[in-house]
Design a protein around this ligand. Structure first.
Ligand code: B12
Length: 215
């Protein structure tokens, strides 16, 4: 059965830029929840990644997919940010993509969504060295430290970052929660890098952090 969800997922997967943008515009015009649109794009991006792993797409396919999602977020971002979700201040999150990793589309969605839910967000950008996470944490004293990482090659720096952060924050009266996210993250990765909290969706991250901070 062809549904509007499948339409968007397959158009992203097939790198059909014009179709993607027109479907997104139509779905926004129907006042659909912008997060549902983001979820479908994320599924399509996973298929792009699988096709790249299988050798059916090359690096140009990844670049194209990234460009398509960037354009989608230009349309969806303002709706997401003008959402009725905006809540009272919920806490502070320090966010960044770990060293050796330059993926930032997911992290930028996380940034928008946390801000929408009343968090103060400090974004350190991409390819952030462990020492930078530590120095900024000491300065800002966030409630949550969010590390984004999509490639296996960056798990070492994620692990180093967490271990240095623990050394630093163990001295604090109230230790921050360290949460990792990214499409390839799972329980095994979270154990490898040394944290209890991991997600593969931005909204799951918001829900988790609210539970952790507010009970
Ligand atoms: C687009 C893309 C690119 C673009 C990125 C553009 C950009 N500005 O970000 C470009 C072309 C730059 C790129 C480069 C590379 N990529 Co790439 N890329 C992708 C692709 C297709 C989509 C990523 C994406 O944007 N997804 C959409 C967003 C919305 O989803 P997301 O990132 O998962 O984020 C969501 C959640 O995970 C969560 N989240 C993310 N971070 C965090 C953090 C916190 C704290 C929280 C709470 C939540 C959270 O919230 C987001 C919204 O829900 C993925 C495939 C995939 N399955 O992810 C491959 C993929 C990640 N790339 C891959 C590879 C191999 C590479 C390269 C090494 C290729 C190369 N040979 O050069 C380079 C790496 C360069 C580097 N050093 O970082 C592999 C990694 C495999 C692995 N296990 O290591 C993947 C999985 C593809 C594959 N299956 O082979 N890539």
């Amino acid at each position: 059965m062809i549904t509007k969800q499948n339409d968007l997922i397959s158009s992203v997967a097939n790198l059909k830029e014009d179709d993607v943008l027109s479907i997104v515009n139509n779905r926004l015009a129907e006042n659909e929840n912008p997060l549902a649109i983001v979820h479908d794009c994320q599924k399509g991006m996973r298929v792009v990644g699988e096709r790249y792993s299988e050798g059916r797409y090359y690096i140009a396919g990844l670049i194209m997919a990234g460009e398509i999602l960037r354009q989608v977020m230009e349309l969806v971002g303002p709706v997401l940010q003008s959402c009725d979700l905006v809540e009272q201040a919920s806490g502070t999150i320090l966010l960044g993509t770990v060293q050796d990793d330059i993926h930032d589309l997911g992290k930028n969605i996380v940034k928008m969504l946390f801000a929408c839910h009343g968090f103060t967000v400090h974004d350190l950008g991409v390819d952030v060295p462990p020492a930078k996470f530590v120095s900024e944490s000491s300065r800002i004293k966030p409630d949550v430290i969010g590390l984004s990482g999509l490639i296996t090659a960056a798990y070492d720096s994620m692990k180093d970052t967490i271990s240095l952060l623990r050394e630093e924050t163990d001295k604090w009266p109230k230790k921050p929660y360290i949460i990792i996210g990214g499409s390839q993250i799972d329980e095994r990765v979270s154990q490898l890098v040394g944290t209890d909290y991991w997600v593969t969706e931005a909204d799951a991250g918001v829900t988790l952090c609210k539970q952790l901070l507010m009970g």
